[in-house]
Design a protein around this ligand. Sequence first.
Ligand SMILES: [Zn+2]
Length: 309
Amino acid sequence: MIRRPLAAAALALCGVGAVACGGAAVSDTGASDAGASATTAQIERPAATQKHASDATGQAATGPADSEMDITTVPGTRTAALSDATAKPLAGKTVVIDPGHNGGNYRHTKEINRLVNISNQKKACDTTGTSTNDGYTEAAFTWDVSNKLAKLLKARGATVKLTRSRHTEWGPCIDQRAAIGNKANADAAISIHGDGAAAHLRGFHIIMPKKIGGPVDAVVDDSARLGKAVRDAFRRGTGLPYSNYIGRQALNYRSDLGGLNLSRVPKIFIECGNMRNPTDAAKFKDRKFRQRMAKALADGLENYLLATH
Ligand SMILES: [Zn+2]
């Protein structure tokens, strides 16, 4: 999750229990159920170093189309062009993926508690993020889904950049995460998170920027379109319900997130569910379901990127 900046004391608590970090009023109530079990967080190896059956399944989604086009008996450049478009629909598009938090943040309280300018206020460099009650951390989750998503988008022809290359270090700070999207001149940027609200709450939501008289203003409208495209695809692709505690039909608009405020490219955050809710948590911990989440995100991004505005 990606809420308010943390007081040092709260941050220390986050470091121990990986509780709901800097959450909104509702989510903060979830902090009380944080357990010491989070200190034995199960940091999974990144998807990039694993061979998953589900990954293969995800890739297969584009495979058959390629094969059909390759064996076509109709000659001609038009067919060839169609083949390329079918195989690599996102060629020429750049997507920046921000895996929320970082696995080593809890060991670097001083660094991640440093205040950075987010245009309309100052805010902590980063937070530790939350975890499931049995210790699967948000940072590990975002790292895994982000790598799965990157793989899918690259297979569709996109240029993809992640805001961090490790998942056991700290940072980068939220202002840097935005700067990476800006520097890449991304056609779309997405920051991936899991929420840490009270256990009885569940569902996913999208966070989009508001106009703040700052850098993000020019891309607020495009970000809203991106948010709706990803909302629709995530609902359809995962079957997860809209959040029953934040936003309206899973759409939420905020002006207090550095990753959004400083973005000059269309950008959204997604809270993929509530990691403190047992039903949602079971999905987060299921590798195949994470692949399903990544596929749904890829579809949403593709729908936005190929739409004519
Ligand atoms: Zn988060």
